[in-house]
Design a protein. Structure first.
Length: 111
């Protein structure tokens, strides 16, 4: 068993364009990747999909939108987003503060 909080997610990967992925430092999982994604105000993730897996995202703080298969939907704190395999998606921070999301991707990301 492992217990993490935001301060113990020591592995930070700069994903470009104001997006940071925070992961556990030493934890290597067999079935999923989990962590926190932070998106700077006015920034967004690249549009992408996961070819072999699914993803959950929970909005911890902030607001913005998610573009799913070219359709845009508003997201706010407390929203849970489920993405199917091959579903194109992009997260956009439309707020004035960082947008923070808890993510879980299965199978694990190759990071």
């Amino acid at each position: 068993m492992s217990i993490y909080n935001e301060k113990t997610l020591k592995r930070e990967l700069e994903r470009g364009n104001g997006v940071i992925l925070k992961l556990p430092q030493a934890e290597k999982t067999s079935f999923l990747t989990f962590g926190i994604v932070e998106i700077a105000p006015g920034k967004n993730t690249n549009e992408h999909s996961h070819d072999t897996g699914e993803e959950f995202m929970f909005v911890i703080k902030g607001n913005g939108s998610v573009v799913l298969d070219k359709k845009e939907f508003k997201i706010i704190e407390g929203d849970l987003i489920f993405l199917r395999s091959h579903q194109s998606h992009q997260i956009i921070n439309k707020g004035k503060k960082y947008l923070k999301l808890l993510i879980s991707v299965s199978p694990p990301l190759d990071v």
